[in-house]
Ligand binder design. Structure first.
Ligand code: FES
Length: 131
């Protein structure tokens, strides 16, 4: 059975949607079931100022997506990179064993969004500088 926290995040997920001018986007598919999660971040002063997600997946995937957005809002990129899928599942009070694979999306999508942000910044940041 799902924990109360999972049910609560599933029925009222936080931070659902897209950020049209996102600084980084992370997308990841679950190879086990084919579900997909996309996560958008807005970064200011090295911190995650805003974060939104769109998940085409089961209740556990939506709950973990919602939880990860709550866990990292306002955090630095370094802190956000340290959050693991396991930590997200634990913050939800655990998941049933046959649903653990659903928690594999959340932190991975977040880490991809941060990598995407860094890549975009490096692409713009080096213009004209000789080193
Ligand atoms: Fe696909 Fe849960 S069944 S993420």
């Amino acid at each position: 059975m799902y924990s109360e926290k999972v049910m609560e995040h599933f029925t009222s997920p936080r931070n659902v949607g897209e950020i049209p001018d996102a600084d980084g986007i992370g997308e990841i598919g679950n190879p086990i079931c084919g579900d997909i999660m996309r996560l958008y971040i807005k970064v200011n002063n090295g911190k995650i100022e805003d974060i939104k997600f769109k998940t085409f997946g089961c209740g556990a995937a939506i709950a973990t997506s919602s939880m990860v957005t709550e866990m990292v809002k306002g955090k630095t990129l370094e802190e956000a990179m340290k959050i693991s899928n396991k930590a997200v599942a634990e913050a939800l009070g655990g998941l049933p064993p046959n649903k653990m694979h659903c928690s594999n999306l959340a932190a991975d999508a977040l880490h991809r969004a941060i990598e995407d942000y860094k890549k975009r910044r490096n692409g713009q940041g080096n213009a004209g500088t000789a080193s």
